[in-house]
Design a protein around this ligand. Structure first.
Ligand code: CTP
Length: 397
C-alpha cells in the first residue's frame, strides 16, 4: 500500500480504540493516513493519539474554533485513494444512507469520489435491526464496500454479531483491493441473472427459486476488475449500482431474448447465469382465471433458448459461458451442452451438497471448458466463487 492515500473516518463506538492499531498497521504498509473523527469518537479515543500515530492533523470540525480556519470537506473528499469508515456506528450509518451531512465526516462522505469501505460495529440487536440492515443494503447499492461485523463478545456483555472486523483483516482486505488490477478494462460483458416469470394471467405466473445471487456476485467482481457490464436481470431483490453497469430488468424469457439480441454483438464476453423458464403458458389470459372448473389444463410451450441464440450468433472473438444444473450424469450432460449451445465454458452447479444452489449464499461448482478441461471447486461463498470464475475469465481475453 506504499504511497496510497487513506482517509479514515472514526465514529463513536467502543471499537474506536482499535483504530490506533489500524493506523499503526497502515503506516507499516507505508500508506499515507489522514483521519476525520466525529465528536462522539473523541470520547473513545483521544485525537492526540490519532494525530500522533497518523502523523497528520486530525479533522473534527468544519472549522477550527481557535484560528477560524475552515476545513474544506470537498478537498478532503477528493484527496484519498480510499475512504474507510471504521468503526461505523448505527447512527452515522443511518446518516450516510440518507444523505445527512451534519458533521465533517458525513459531509466528506458525500464529497468523496474514491471507493468507500465501511466497517460497522454495534451491539447485536442494533446490527440485526431491519433499519440497520436496510441502511447497509442502501449503501451497498450505492457501491459502498462493507466489512460485515463479526461474531464474538460485545462490550455490552452480549455474545453475537456486532464486532468490528479486526484491524489486521481490514489491512489485508484493503491491500487486496489495491492489488486487484483493472485487468478487464475495455472488456464488455453481457450477463443474464435471476429467474424469469412466465405469465399465466394478469396476476399469476410460473417461476422458479433463483435469487440471482451467483450472477450478481459475478457482475460485482467483473466491475471490480474494470469491466463494463450489461446485466439483463429477471426479478430479484438485489440492487447494484455502478457507473460501469447498465441493468436491464425483464420478466419473461421472451423479453430476455429481446434484450440479449440488442446487446450481444457489442460484447466480448457473455455469462448467462439466469434460470430461464424452459416453458411458458401457450396462452396468457387477459382476465384473471376464475375458479369455476374442478380442474384446468394449462398448455405449456417451449421458451426461446436465450443462451442457445447467443451461441448461434457468436463470433470467434466472443467468449460464451453457460450454466448447467444437472441431477444425474452431470459431467456428460454439461459437456453435451457445450457443443449443443456452442459454448466456450460451462459452469456446472451441484444440488447434491448441503449449502449449494438456489437461495444459499454458498455454492459448489465444476467448470468444464470446450477443450474438456475440468476444474472442481469446493463449497464456498458465492462471492468467493465469483472471484475464482472471473479470474479464469480474465485469462481468456
Ligand atoms: N438458458 C437460456 N434460455 C433458456 C434456457 C436456459 O438462456 N430458455 C441458459 C441458462 O441461463 C443456462 C443454460 O442455458 O446458462 C442452462 O441450459 P439448459 O439447457 O436450459 O439447462 P437445463 O434447464 O438444465 O436444460 P435441460 O432440462 O435440457 O437439462
Amino acid at each position: 500500500m506504499k504511497g496510497k492515500k487513506i482517509l479514515l473516518g472514526i465514529t463513536g463506538g467502543i471499537a474506536a480504540y482499535k483504530i490506533a492499531f489500524l493506523i499503526r498497521l497502515l503506516k507499516k504498509e507505508e500508506a499515507e493516513v489522514k483521519c476525520i473523527m466525529t465528536s462522539a469518537s473523541c470520547d473513545f479515543i483521544s485525537p492526540l493519539t490519532i494525530a500522533t500515530l497518523s502523523e497528520n492533523p486530525v479533522f473534527i470540525d468544519f472549522w477550527n474554533h481557535k484560528d477560524g480556519v475552515w476545513t474544506n470537506h470537498v478537498d478532503l473528499g477528493l484527496w484519498p485513494d480510499l475512504f474507510l469508515i471504521a468503526p461505523l456506528t448505527a447512527n452515522t450509518l443511518a446518516k450516510l444512507a440518507n444523505g445527512y451531512c451534519d458533521n465533517l465526516l458525513t459531509a466528506t462522505y458525500l464529497s468523496a469520489k474514491c471507493p468507500v469501505f465501511i466497517a460497522p460495529a454495534m451491539d447485536l440487536d442494533m446490527y440485526i435491526h431491519p433499519t440497520t440492515v436496510q441502511n447497509i443494503t442502501t449503501l451497498v447499492s450505492y457501491g459502498v464496500n462493507v466489512f460485515p461485523a463479526e461474531d464474538g463478545f460485545l462490550a455490552s456483555g452480549l455474545l453475537g454479531k456486532g464486532r468490528m472486523t479486526e484491524p489486521e483483516d481490514l489491512v489485508l482486505r484493503l491491500s487486496e483491493f489495491f492489488q486487484v488490477k483493472n485487468e478487464l478494462k475495455g472488456q464488455k460483458f453481457l450477463v443474464t441473472a435471476g429467474p424469469t416469470y412466465e405469465h399465466i394471467d394478469p396476476v399469476r405466473f410460473i417461476g422458479n427459486h433463483s435469487t440471482g445471487k451467483m450472477g450478481y456476485a459475478i457482475v460485482e467482481e467483473l466491475i471490480k476488475r474494470g469491466a463494463e457490464v450489461i446485466l439483463v436481470s429477471g426479478p430479484t431483490n438485489i440492487k447494484l449500482n455502478h457507473p460501469s453497469l447498465k441493468t436491464v430488468k425483464i420478466t419473461t424469457a421472451d423479453e430476455m431474448l429481446l434484450e440479449v439480441k440488442k446487446y450481444w454483438s457489442d460484447c466480448t464476453f457473455g455469462v448467462f447465469s439466469a434460470a430461464v423458464a424452459d416453458y411458458k403458458p401457450e396462452v396468457v389470459e387477459e382476465q384473471k382465471i376464475k375458479k369455476k372448473e374442478e380442474e384446468i389444463v394449462l398448455k405449456l410451450v417451449k421458451n426461446p433458448d436465450v443462451l442457445g441464440w447467443a451461441g448461434k450468433n457468436k463470433t470467434t472473438k466472443q467468449f460464451l459461458v453457460g450454466f448447467a444444473l444437472e441431477t444425474n450424469d452431470a459431467i456428460q450432460n454439461a459437456t453435451r451442452k457445450i457443443e449443443a449451445k456452442n459454448l466456450d465454458l460451462i459452469i456446472l452447479n451441484s444440488l447434491e451438497n448441503e449449502g449449494a444452489g438456489f437461495g444459499y449464499d454458498t455454492n459448489r461448482v465444476t467448470l468444464i471448458s470446450k477443450q474438456n478441461q475440468v476444474v472442481e471447486f469446493p463449497l464456498k461463498s458465492k462471492k468467493e466463487l465469483a472471484k475464482d470464475i472471473v479470474k479464469i475469465l480474465s485469462l481468456q481475453k
